[in-house]
Design a binder for this molecule. Structure first.
Ligand code: ATP
Ligand code: MG
Length: 647
């Protein structure tokens, strides 16, 4: 049995070498709140190389909203991640890459990575990419994905990385929204032995993207692919022609660095825009403190570069700190459930950062695949993406880390750029399932439904009361949506969309999304996105999508579908709908359950009562709550009768 009240103090071995202890954390945290300008100026000096200093540390107003950090300063992110390390760390390994098949590895030193980035940056320029242009990166997990990101930053182009699991239609929407000029992709990706036709997907997406002038194709598998002469160019050919010296552009601190699309509570994905100075500082500094990073660590974050975790904690944070970062192309259970632990042993990994969904999947395979490996190099463990249930936390702590390695449960979002609520290895007593305390400069608060701040022990909606350097600056091309989504619910505060509880020690326990956003295997999906895909089908009149608790995925997708009158449901139609969602969004959005619904529970004003649909999906039938305000309460009984138990 799991002791839900257990507290795990800082292990002595960690305390001996940790950058900060508990008193340090408290002093620094207080300073970061009382004197943010002084605090951030010091951190910016320490972690980042600037070509020109700032005129002003910060200038923000959540009412407008306007957010600016280090205005007037100039820097270049690729310089910070590469050039400044060359003198002391030129031969140090920057990236250890491991392919889908065990033992297939490559390493790149800082010098080699620098050369690769310079060449591609020049190659992009040769194809007409200029400062401020948008470049889409739709790549498998190969070092060239990181090279592509860094090459963009070197010349001041704005990258938009699209996860390789997204469908051609999802890719098309993102390319169009950002008006990308060039796409960097690969012939195919490989994950868990399966091929992903990235180039074919790109070709399909580009049918409706006339603005794309060039497609750079990295050869991962050497598969035959279609070729559009004049538009397509082989990655190797491009870099072979390019010079290996490329002076970095001097960028303004508030110049855009990248766009990354994330789900919101409406159907259209949001282009989260991050800028240069604040973001790279947040990424570097959190990587240093949260993982208690030391020079000889071998650091592995198992995310994909298509997600923000991959941006901040595979590429930018670790490389800014001159770390050795591991990139893995495959999946945790291929060829078997020992894969991650074997990799830990083979590469001597000291810091391992993953997601609860992976931990739960590996926990299901039992202890044996873990125990047959040594894992004695591990020092620090981390988790991100969704609330971690105490059972999974305990297994991670006891079985994987042999009770020796503290678990950093890090809460943050695409929008926050970097980690926000988290323990620090040498400073924080741990409680399984709690993300614990705010990082420096972060001022969380809990709000009730009426917008009143709750004090002390409480549960409510999580907001942040003051800006931090890594905060997103706008929704690309739609500042009004930025204002509406994040700053309208609680005027003067940033609303996270998450609910949380604060205990008597001031520890935060994130309870999950409070808006219409699902968290499936740590990936955000808007219920409206899935619904919009379903109603594209000509026979579908209406669809309502909710999440339900799922053992491995955290949340599964339960869809209620009403058909046009005269249409009859059948299994073939169900398959068509599943295919449609996969085509529109990608396999991650595949509904677990589709229930045919003659009617949906609606209020008299016509709003779907999702709360009731959620209860039915979760089989919590005795807590349906008040149904008397429904236009037709009888539909609820029918939905209950025909409820489908998820597999
Ligand atoms: P990525 O999906 O890019 O790997 P991410 O999960 O950190 O990274 P988002 O996709 O933006 O970023 O998802 C953020 C949401 O995930 C949060 O709003 C919250 O609901 C959930 N989340 C992230 N980390 C935690 C955590 N440690 N505990 C609880 N919930 C978390
Ligand atoms: Mg996520």
């Amino acid at each position: 049995m799991v002791d839900r009240n257990a507290v795990y103090p800082v292990p002595e071995t960690i305390a001996k070498t940790a950058h900060l202890n508990q008193a340090d954390y408290q002093t620094l945290y207080r300073r970061s709140i009382e004197d943010p300008e002084g605090f951030w100026a010091e951190q910016a000096d320490r972690f980042i190389d600037w070509y020109r200093p700032w005129d002003r540390v910060m200038d923000w107003d959540f009412h407008e909203p306007r957010i600016r950090w280090f205005e007037g300063a100039e820097l270049n992110v690729s310089h910070n991640c590469l050039d400044r390390h060359l003198e002391t760390r030129g031969d140090k390994t920057a990236i250890i890459w491991e392919g889908d098949e065990p033992g297939e590895t490559r390493t790149l030193s800082y010098r080699e990575l620098h050369t690769a980035v310079c060449r591609l940056a020049n190659g992009l320029r040769m194809r007409g990419v200029r400062r401020g242009d948008r470049v889409c990166i739709y790549m498998p997990m190969v070092p060239e994905a990181a090279v592509a990101m860094l090459a963009c930053t070197r010349i001041g182009a704005i990258h938009s990385v699209v996860f390789g699991g997204f469908s051609p239609n999802a890719l098309r929407d993102r390319i169009q929204d950002a008006d990308c000029k060039l796409v960097i992709t690969a012939d195919e990706g490989i994950r868990g032995g399966k091929r992903i036709p990235l180039k074919a997907n790109t070709d399909a997406a580009l049918k409706d993207c006339p603005g794309v002038e060039t497609v750079v194709v990295y050869r991962r598998t050497e598969a035959e692919v279609e070729w559009v002469t004049d538009r397509d160019i082989d990655y190797h050919e491009l870099v072979a022609q390019a010079d290996d010296e490329c002076p970095p552009e001097s960028m303004g601190a508030e110049d855009p660095l990248f766009i990354l699309y994330t789900s919101g509570s409406t159907g259209k994905p949001k282009g989260v825009l991050h800028t240069t100075g604040g973001y790279i500082l947040q990424a570097a500094m959190t990587h240093h403190y949260v993982f208690d990073y030391h020079e000889d660590d071998i650091y592995w974050c198992t995310a994909d570069v298509g997600w923000v975790t991959g941006h901040s904690y595979i590429v930018y944070g670790p490389l800014a700190n001159g770390a050795t970062t591991v990139m893995f192309e495959g999946v945790p259970n291929y060829p078997d459930a020992s894969r991650h632990w074997e990799m830990v042993d083979r590469h001597g990994i000291t810091i391992y950062y993953t997601a609860p969904t992976a931990i739960r999947a590996l926990m299901r395979a039992g202890d044996e695949p873990v125990k047959k490996t040594r894992r004695d190099s591990l020092r620090i463990l981390g988790t991100v993406g969704e609330p971690i249930n105490p059972e999974a936390w305990n297994w991670y702590h006891q079985v994987v880390g042999e009770s020796r390695c503290p678990v950093m449960d890090t809460w943050w979002q695409t929008e926050t750029g970097g980690i926000m609520i988290t323990p620090l290895p040498g400073a924080t007593d741990l409680k399984p399932g709690s993300a614990t305390l705010p990082f420096f400069g972060v001022q969380p608060a809990l709000m009730d439904a009426d917008g009143r701040e709750l004090e002390g022990e409480a549960a409510g909606n999580l907001v942040i009361k003051a800006s931090w350097p890594g905060q997103m600056r706008t929704v690309y091309g739609d500042h009004e949506r930025f204002a509406q989504t994040y700053f309208s619910a609680y005027p003067g505060c940033y609303f996270t969309g998450d609910g949380a509880r604060r205990d008597s020690d001031g520890y935060y326990w994130i309870t999950g999304r409070v808006d219409d956003v699902l968290n499936v295997s740590g990936h955000r999906l808007g219920t409206a996105e899935v619904e919009s895909a379903l109603v594209l089908h000509s026979t579908v009149a209406e669809a309502a999508v909710v999440g339900f608790p799922h053992d491995v995925k955290g949340q599964g997708i339960y869809a209620y579908v009403s058909l046009m009158s005269g249409k009859t449901p059948d299994p073939a139609l169900k398959q068509e709908l599943i295919d449609l969602v996969r085509k529109e969004i990608g396999p991650i959005a595949t509904p677990d359950v589709i229930q045919w619904a003659a009617g949906l529970p609606k209020t008299r004003s016509g709003k779907i009562m999702r709360r009731i649909l959620r209860k039915i999906a979760a089989n919590e039938l005795d807590s349906l709550g008040d149904t008397s305000t429904l236009a037709d309460p009888a539909v609820v009984d029918e939905l209950i009768d025909q409820r489908i138990e998820p597999k």
